[in-house]
Design a protein. Sequence first.
Lengths: 615, 488
Amino acid sequence: MAHTEWKDAPGLPDFSLLKRLARDQLIFLLEQLPGKKDLFIDADLMSPLDRIANVTILKFCLYTSSLKYTYFLFFFCRLCFLIRPRIQTVKWISDLVNADKVAGRFRRYKIIFTPQKFYACETVLEEQGVYGDVTTDEWNFYILPLDDDILSLELPEFFRDNFLEGDQRWVTTAGSALRLLQSVYGSFSKVYGIGRCAKMVYESWRELMEDGEQRTRQPEFAKVFLVDRDVDFVTPLCSQVVYEGLVDDLFRIKCGSVEFGPDVTSSDKSIKVMLNSQDKVFSEIRNEHFSNVFGFLSQKAKNLQTAYDKRRGMDIQQMKAFVADELKGLKQEHRLLSLHIGASESMMKKKTKQDFQELLKTEHSLLEGFEIRECITYIEEHINRQVSMIDSLRLLCLLSITENGLLSKDYRSLKAQYLQSYGIEHLLTFANLRQLGLLEEQQAGETLTVMESKVGKLVNDKTVGKLTDAFSSLAKKSNFRALSKRLALVPKSGEEYDLRVPRDMAYVFSGAYIPLSCKLIEQVLERDGWTGMEEVTRMLNGQEFAVTGGSSSSEARSKTDAQRIVLVMFLGGCTFSEISALRFLGKERGCRFIVVTTAITNSSRLLEALLDNSA
Amino acid sequence: MSRAKPEDDEYWNSSKFKAFTFDDDDDEFSRLKESKRAVNSILVDDDDDDEEEEEEEDGVERVSWSGEPVGSISWSVKETASSIRSGSEQSFPKIDTTPSLSKQGSGYSLSSLFKAKSKPFQSFSESFSDTAVRTYAPELRKPKSDGKDFVSDLSPEETVRRMQKGRAFSLEKFRSLQDKLLLLYEAVAVYDGNLITAVLIYLKKSLSKEILFRELMARDVALRHYVHYLKEMGEQKLLVELMKALGRTEDMALMQYKEHLNIKDEGQRRDFLKSCLGLPFSQDDATHVQDHYTLLERHIIIEASDKKADAEIFKKFPRKASILNMPIITTLYYSCFYHYGESEGTYSSPANIRKTFRISEKQYILTALGARAKLKSWFDVDSLFNTKNWLGYTKKRSPVGFHRVVDILQKNSAPVNVLQEYVNLIDNPELKLSVALKYKCHDIVINTYRDLKDRQELVVYREKLERDSPEYRKIQELLNNVQIRWKN
């Protein structure tokens, strides 16, 4: 297989330490509260919690799993809430406290915010008159290691809050996460980044490090790369075709585990499976293009059969050894194999039903800028037939980004048809997409420079207090076509691409497109900075930076393993396809990438975060 | 992280806590550190101030917040900050400054790093930055350790720093507008949304909305935080006022329109939508909102009559859900399913819906086709595509490709003879053949191969068929036909 471990790969730091730290702090916090209590856990926190502390350690508390229900039976007079710092949730708790007060029930309440508390939440407590009745604390659970090389902040709301609403509440959180990594695993020698948020996170991290005590240690990461999600929207909008990405698109991987339904398990039960490097079968196929997976699995099945067959003709002694040493492993492999075969089958079925090939063809045409009219017709029919609301939106966004916005006529007609098919309230969704620059109408005759000078004039003019439409008018252009040309993201068509022997990162999209985000990382690491990429960064709206770390002494620069480990932080989420591409790149360049992300994302999650069609 | 506070012993009986005050760890040691800092800052600040004043007197060009930060607060603050920490190691580098700023030494312009940042500060006029220096510079000279309530003596910058660390602070002493804005500026400068919102909450309480709106207008970052905060708090009214004050009428209209999602009762929802019609939407959106109102009005009428309808069709295919709040296309499908053939005058007829909502022919055909095929009314399906030419012959035409039509028919399990008819209408012969193969329309496959004179393909195809089926025999006959000149 193409992706088996190569010999001199640098070892990765042991991230289970992070889990232990978080678990210890949580236990400490809970033990601070004397006596028995009801513990309420935010629904969003259940899976992450599951990963760091199995439920038995929480056994001493009775807990209810979700805050979504409004009806509770309260057993104890102490209530503890473990929640994300959200105003809505705090309001709900305040109402509960006030209802208790009215009913004359006397209880004690404690809210533990994770990863941190926000002043706005505490203000709600104050305004509702329950501040003091409710005490608060913080559980600084910043990072959840999802796998050997994936660390997640588990903050899907980062994307909308930061990029759509322009709320920087999570900047410090991301900075704190980096500080945590640095204080546990040591320093770095170089930091690169691109994007407005990346810059802020870096600054926040720097401030935190200057304030805190400094520990000089042998660095465990050579380099750090920070990248904003809005630098590259194209990649997360494409259909994923590597195995792990496809599983995520179809079954939704949640916190590193997935639930396979009856159609996969071929029984009447659903099974929850952990998907990580511990799963020997999965770790070999996760980065593979889907078209290779079947062949691999059937080969694997044959091998398994041979291994089982070995026991024929064994004498008693050999048989004993076989049962003791191998059988368990084989059985385990057998089970995993049949699961993944089931999953592949089910994916094939789903994909053929949806005319997947046609969909992929349209995506590739859009990336290539080829036969755009046909693409528009396809999207139109997709909308008319009321097939998947998210897929239609995804194609519209891809069309708009790759084409630098839609022609006025097309924009209006497609929008109208979309609203007719999926509901007029999506007006609000369109407004969001427009604000983010994901789905726009081309401004006739107005180029970027004209816009810039116009805005520049307004800013300099001191009397202009009414610079109003700052939000939308500054929406940036994607320049995808030019970027793609410059960075050679789309290989020349007509060339055969052997997916079994990938030659570059484009294999994660069937050889049709190299993820922009990953290409940037590759280029910057190669050049050790942004020099020579001025035109590219200009098209990406600038905001790039590269700084050299002071603490890395000359000895740290020596060829230790750590020097070949690169930490990449995606602000606003990253996809499994990007992770696969980076793994491939690491293998090519003899380094390892560790991905830190605010959350794992894909096209559906990205767009669902921007929907505004329900209360 | 190990920021757990030991003073949290009083977990369950802490009603004495006040808003925004956290237990302050002002033991002697930290006081010592405080005073040491204060002493350090005196010297440094004096120098800085002198420079500032000199520059001022010299009439050296002073630039507002948005411009080059020559002698502006943004950099004097930064200078102060970095010199306070001068003892600490410089190991963590700042992002390289651009060449044009290198004359500034260690200071760098925040605004030049973040283009969008330049706007928030442009309304700090020159005179303001002067006074701002004066107002807080003297305070830095004050030793902080002697004051009983030193928390209230802190400069905006120090206050923000304390907030960042989650330590006790007080905003009440920032009473002048300039102080408030400086505080906001400092919060924005450290990129901490949590603090920006905290300061905005204070400003919201202590400034009239007109003044607050006016100041926010030129501060994009703060404004967006404020808008988001109001959204989360559900302060719809204030939000609408803000948008109005900012002149962002379209945003305001959308924001008001969004409220309909919270209304459960359909009658009230309809009335609310009606009240939205006059809002200043963009031209396109106004049409859509008008449609939304008309649609819901229509839904209510149709729902009322169909709920108790006892026509044959309703008995045969009971409705699975109400039609309320469904999209236009779904409504059209519904009406093609239950109300096909009604005259255009009735609200529930397909023709009326098509006309009212300006549905294109293509959309109409696709939807009606789906609905009629579901009911297996192949006659209706046929008549959808029939057109008469000037000689009176009927001919089938379709605004969508016939392969799509076949797709839809097949999904609704149309019989082979219906499918065949439409497969035959596919123009492109290759597409026709592949569709015919896909859906097993034997006659078409056989005829196509016959026309292509492709004997071999016919032989191959014969093997796929059941022996002695009519198709099998047909191939057999063809193969035995000596008059055909096979190409292979």
